[in-house]
Design a protein around this ligand. Structure first.
Ligand SMILES: NC(=O)c1ccc[n+]([C@@H]2O[C@H](COP(=O)([O-])OP(=O)(O)OC[C@H]3O[C@@H](n4cnc5c(N)ncnc54)[C@H](O)[C@@H]3O)[C@@H](O)[C@H]2O)c1
Length: 438
């Protein structure tokens, strides 16, 4: 990665485009609008609430928002695509996450945000039937329609820069195939409408071609494929993913490192969830569920390093289940039963019952990822953004990078990148005006 000179506080407005304008996207957008009106605080967003140690010896700690040149919440403009035509007020009411009084206070602004027709293929999300969708003679034509949407949105809103964050439904499980291996083959596949090119890949392709950073909040294959990574390097665009690490996996990646640090054994980790939102309905299909379960399974084995510690973790039984249970709506309940053992192998148990709110946990992560991806683009950090692994259950990493799932190690990596951006900006600010202009 190369570092381009950062020019202090970003000027102009930043467009945040989300394919998918359901529960997490509306909670994020309505949340930012509510915060702008002083109706709440950006709790859970590191970019807004977090601090950064700038000099550990002198114990100098600063607010991230003060020292890292991030776009301001006031400068964000929202848009996106959905397979349903509901405006953001109707979609937020339907998602049932935020209180009616909050939504009422920002109703006009929310109603002004209407989704563009989506690129959709029911083969990839069998439980949904879209009505607000694009048609075209080929997948390349659909990609070009998304490119045109991006250009039009940028011009109509007088935007300086854009980022795209996939907030749409989880697609069915897929492995990389021949058409995904290179950009040339992928583009041929778009022309011939290859069935293994998913809608999420079409959005990502269009974003990267337009120079727009792309992040994947769901567990789909998307940015994992070599073709899109090649395009991102060629276009010098940042990429990251996948699957926001919000509830159960977030806790798993805190607790597992503690057990390993103490050299306590783990014989079993049984995780189960009930949720009743549209995401839960989509995951009720076994092919979509497999995508999510695989994404949730990886972290534990890596953290416990089962091969290196066979006496402690060699017999680990890890199971993750997700159950659709409509009465709970977005208020997911996640249980973990952890069978551990200590001195002389004596068994013990840990039980976790996390009564969380899925979209309330996801919304601040969308904000952080949007602002940090914009920062990456302005710094000239292109390709996969390994330092953003903190936000994902199943981070897509650059070739040669070992997976790191421990939340605090991921945070340390993220902070070192932010410090780099902060120090570079500070160095530029110390220069005379004529030097900054160059
Ligand atoms: N909430 C969390 O904590 C969390 C954590 C990690 C990942 N996720 C993922 O985020 C995604 C969104 O979650 P949600 O709760 O908002 O779900 P949701 O069902 O409320 O919203 C998804 C939206 O995407 C739309 N959609 C589906 N396919 C589309 C396409 N091809 N183009 C445009 N729109 C499309 C749907 O119509 C729906 O409105 C899911 O994939 C979910 O697995 C959520």
């Amino acid at each position: 990665m190369t570092t381009r000179t950062l020019n202090g506080t970003p000027r102009g407005r930043l467009g945040v485009l989300t394919p998918g304008m359901g529960a997490i996207a509306t909670t994020f957008i309505a949340g930012v609008l509510a915060i702008r009106q002083g109706l709440g605080k950006p709790i859970g967003a590191l970019s807004q609430m977090g601090t950064l140690s700038m000099d550990p010896i002198a114990e100098v700690t600063e607010h991230i928002a003060k020292v890292v040149p991030l776009a301001r919440m006031e400068d964000l403009v929202f848009g996106g695509w959905d397979i349903f035509p509901d405006d953001m007020y109707a979609a937020a009411v339907n998602a049932g996450v935020l209180a009616p009084a909050t939504l009422e206070a920002i109703k006009t602004d929310l109603q002004a945000i209407r989704p563009m027709p989506a690129v959709f293929d029911q083969q990839y999300v069998p439980r949904l039937a879209g009505t607000h969708v694009k048609t075209g003679p080929s997948k390349m034509d659909l990609a070009e329609q998304v490119c045109a949407d991006i250009q039009q949105f940028k011009a109509a809103n007088g935007l300086d820069r854009l980022v795209m964050i996939w907030c749409a439904s989880t697609e069915v499980y897929a492995k990389p195939g021949p058409v995904h291996q290179s950009l040339a083959r992928f583009e041929e596949g778009l022309q011939s409408s290859d069935p293994t090119i998913a809608p999420s890949m079409i959005y990502a392709y269009a974003a990267i071609r337009e120079g727009v950073p792309f992040a994947n909040g769901a567990p789909n294959l998307t940015e994992d494929i070599p073709a899109l990574q090649e395009l991102a390097r060629e276009m010098r665009v940042p990429l990251c993913g996948k699957d926001f690490k919000t509830g159960q996996t977030m806790l798993k990646t805190v607790l597992a490192p503690a057990l390993r640090a103490r050299m306590l054994g783990v014989s079993g980790w049984f995780s189960t969830n009930i949720l009743g939102n549209r995401d839960g309905q989509v995951l009720d299909d076994p092919r979509a569920l497999k995508t999510k379960e695989i994404s949730k399974l990886g972290a534990l084995e890596h953290i416990l390093d089962t091969d290196r510690f066979p006496d402690l973790y060699g017999d680990l039984f890890h199971s993750v289940n997700i159950n659709f249970y409509p009465p709970r709506g977005d208020n997911k309940e996640g249980w973990d039963n952890i069978d551990i053992f200590g001195w002389l192998g004596y068994p013990m148990q840990i039980k976790i019952d996390f009564l969380c709110r899925d979209s309330i946990l996801a919304a601040p992560l969308i904000l952080d990822v949007a602002l940090f991806m914009d920062l990456a683009a302005r710094c000239g950090w292109n390709g996969l953004q390994d330092w953003l692994a903190f936000y994902f259950k199943s981070p897509t990493l650059s070739a040669g990078m070992l997976p790191e799932h421990d939340l605090f190690r991921q945070l340390a990596h993220l902070e070192s990148r932010l410090r780099e951006a902060a120090l570079e900006t500070a160095a530029i600010s110390d220069q005379p005006d004529w030097a900054q202009a160059n």
